[in-house]
Design a protein around this ligand. Sequence first.
Ligand code: SAH
Length: 396
Amino acid sequence: MPRQSSLSVETRPIVKLSPRGSGRLRNGHIWVYRSDIVSSDGVPPGAVVDVADERGKFLGTALYSSASQIAIRMVSTGKVEDLPGLVRKRIQAAIAYREQVVGETDAYRLIFSEADFLPGLIVDRYNDLLSFQVLTQAMDSEPQRQTILSELSDRLKPVSIVERVDPRVRELEQLPGRASGLALGAKSSTVFSMNGVRFHFDALLGQKTGAFLDQRENYAAARRYARGEALDVFCYQGGFALHLAQQCSKVTGVDSSRSALEVAERNAALNERELEWIEANAFDLLRDYADAGNQYDTIVLDPPAFARSKRNLETAMRGYKELNLRALKMLRPGGVLVTCSCSYHVSEADFTQMLMESAGDLRRPLRVLERRGQSPDHPVLLGVPETAYLKCFIVS
Ligand code: SAH
């Protein structure tokens, strides 16, 4: 009988790269696009493959996708004989790293895909619950799912593990439809805390669930500077606003999503704080407030990613400038602006330039108090610029 295991050395498929493809790997990236693949004949979806350069020289082991433009994601520069074993080890390393860098919180990203050498897997912890998402064919395979679930539950003993499904990702990966739901246990909601502030988490409520864990340390930083009257624009469930409320005399949170504001209000009650929540389009509200001459001591801007691709960078920058200009206009002398962008396509240099132009238009000198990024449970992998996306500037 022929051997069928995709893990056996003899039968493992080989993917051959063009010089540009192997050049990318040599420069430290771990993705190769389909257009840089010379041959991948007969490679099944989600297979573990050997990767070779155009002359056949072995470059390492990768996970293959038959659907994505990102055809291979490297998992090792060596030969991987036992993928489940490797996945287990990497989950353990990811847990050990969080034990080192995460404090004052029971909510953090436990596994950040490429940056934890587990491409296609995201796991977040919210107190006693874990939430996971698989993004690629290889991670979606039954053996990998079982490995992931058993390793997570053995190591961390969560009460429940929930799967969060992004239908668009599954469609792009040509994976069968699947519903979000409990993969282990029965509890789907909990309360978690970050920097001493408490939040509700309901894994099965609405399409967008969870917190912006990448901002966790920026919340604490913003709180260090916050005072007086504060405005948190794009407040979602109150991440910044609730931190600011510990320092400020009055905090107003603004978001266009009513359901997010409902959770924000429940979070305020949980922390025994009174905040004002306004359901509005931030662009309209900032224009009206700035025209009306409203003034604040602390303002936070944390909009959704405006630049979804390089193509709309210019429009995105106009959006950022409009928001920042209006916010600066409303900032009292000596006030503090915490301004963020989570668009990977907007570089730190672009963002700095935009802030400079906004301040220049108002002839207002601006000092950079802190130039921050994502919290360290979202590590940045050198050579993979896509893993560094969040900018958070604190200026005054
Ligand atoms: N600061 C939040 C995260 C913000 S995410 C935190 O730390 O938790 C971006 C938010 O912007 C979402 O809640 C979304 O509902 C909101 N949003 C998107 N477009 C908007 C608009 N035009 N006006 C107001 N809110 C908007």
